[in-house]
Design a protein around this ligand. Structure first.
Ligand code: ATP
Length: 234
């Protein structure tokens, strides 16, 4: 469904991603794991048109995405939840969700995804009039995911959904990711928290200083002695 090949991203000559290739098949949850600064966000941004890769190609259902502006990529069915969530801080939960759908969907297409968002995150339904900037970190992440779902994507990309969130809500969010997949969506998730990410993923890639150093079924990655030593502290 999504195929990124030989992606290189540089910032003022410094290499952030170096020839990374990843694939996501329909119906999968795929995790890209790596430490701080490994290039995870840069790789994701290159795939959704937020950074122009220096080289490489990104195909979504066979169509090239490199060079396509981000809003048109969203319209093709690929939604992206950025690391910093980029909510509209002074707007209510309701309006943040509405804005997710206004840009891409016809009026009669807006109610169904809302129901799904409230089923996934009942907390949001209880806080419709609350301003986004008064939500807890975990609730803001739920809202950011909810807003992305309002575009009715076929593929959802999440950049470190666990960042700055207390453990209980992290579990809730990871649980929601599997529920979202069970509705037929495909998911690519970038995470520092390898253990939790591998638990819900089908396959994973490990990114180290901009390169993919390991890839395979989540179980295999978890059992790999190097991974256990370096990431899981075992
Ligand atoms: P984190 O988990 O800390 O977000 P990451 O794995 O997502 O890290 P990136 O954010 O992609 O990694 O960063 C990879 C490298 O590129 C880092 O060295 C970072 O400092 C650098 N970098 C990222 N964005 C920019 C930018 N806009 N300008 C210059 N350098 C950048």
């Amino acid at each position: 469904m999504l195929e990124a090949k030989d992606i290189t991203v540089t910032y003022a000559g410094l290499i952030a991603v170096s020839g990374a290739s990843i694939e996501v098949n329909k119906g999968e949850i795929v995790c890209v794991a790596g430490a701080n600064g490994a290039g995870k966000s840069s790789l994701l941004k290159a795939m959704v048109g937020m950074e122009k890769p220096k080289s490489g190609s990104v195909k979504f259902d066979g169509e090239e995405l490199v060079g396509v502006p981000p809003h048109l990529i969203t319209a093709k069915g690929l939604a992206y939840v950025p690391e910093n969530r980029r909510l509209f801080p002074r707007l209510s939960v309701r309006d943040n969700l509405r804005l997710g759908s206004y840009m891409y969907r016809a009026q009669d297409d807006r109610e169904a995804p809302l129901e799904m968002v409230f089923r996934l995150f009942p907390r949001l339904g209880e806080r419709l009039d609350q301003r986004a900037n008064t939500l807890s970190g975990g609730e803001q992440q739920m809202l950011a995911i909810g807003r992305a779902l309002m575009t009715r994507p076929r593929l959802l990309m999440l950049d470190e959904p666990s960042q700055g969130i207390m453990p209980k809500l992290v579990d809730e969010i990871f649980q929601a990711v599997t529920t979202i997949r069970d509705t037929g969506m495909t998911i690519l998730i970038v995470e520092q928290r390898l253990t939790e990410c591998l638990e819900i993923s089908d396959r994973a890639y490990v990114l180290q200083t901009g390169r993919v150093t390991m890839s395979g079924p989540a179980d295999e990655i978890r059992a790999n002695p190097d991974v256990r030593r370096a990431y899981l502290g075992l």
